[in-house]
Design a protein around this ligand. Structure first.
Ligand code: GLN
Length: 195
């Protein structure tokens, strides 16, 4: 079955992910996701960059967080979080007790490279891609700890910036802000056996 893709559209740069999927896979069905009912339509979900405390609270309030957790546990949903999305997927967040999904067995440190003025881009090697991606880091988190089920896929200056646990992927940077859609295409190829 071809993937159907959803992008969590509560706050943040979700429209950039929508554009990226439209450009690399124009025939893919694509939905903006805000409620548990919206989620029923998709096999692949992207959680964009944004403000993790705000979006976490709203995900909790709309019941969307619970629905995502259930679908991943049922193995019927692949999820990719970029920046804020990776924070929301993490099991723990250093020094914050904010709402999160806990689907990726990692600890993240928010704003690990500094504040907004310290945003930058640089080439980042990702396992499985034959050449580096241009990593766009905007108040980006890093992964500081991870469990045995987690595969580390990329490091930047020795810091972990990409990690995967089965069908759950987190990246510190924003591929949706570049013209390089290799990561989007790769995510669409994640198998979702129970869908
Ligand atoms: N620092 C932000 C947070 O903690 C994430 C920034 C981003 O998504 N670009 O929510």
């Amino acid at each position: 079955m071809p993937p159907t893709v959803g992008v969590v559209a509560i706050q943040g740069d979700f429209s950039k992910h929508v554009e990226a999927i439209r450009s690399c896979s124009p025939d893919t069905k694509l939905f903006e996701i805000r409620t548990p009912e919206d989620l029923d339509q998709v096999t692949h979900l992207i959680i964009p960059g944004g403000e993790s405390t705000t979006v976490g609270l709203l995900m909790q309030r709309y019941g969307l967080g619970e629905a995502i957790i259930k679908r991943v546990q049922q193995r019927s949903l692949a999820v990719w979080g970029t920046c804020m999305g990776m924070i929301l997927l993490a099991k723990s967040v250093e020094n914050h007790d904010q709402y999160r999904l806990g689907l990726l067995d990692i600890t993240v440190r928010r704003n690990a490279f500094g504040t907004q003025v310290h945003s930058f881009e640089d080439e980042t090697d990702i396992d499985g891609l034959d050449s580096p991606v241009m990593g766009v880091y905007i108040r980006a988190p890093i992964v500081t700890e991870w469990g045995p089920m987690v595969k580390i896929l990329g490091k930047y200056q020795g810091q972990v910036v990409a990690a995967r646990q089965e069908n759950v992927l987190g990246t510190s940077f924003h591929p949706e802000l570049t013209d390089d859609t290799r990561m989007h295409l790769w995510f669409l190829s994640f198998p979702v056996p129970e869908s």
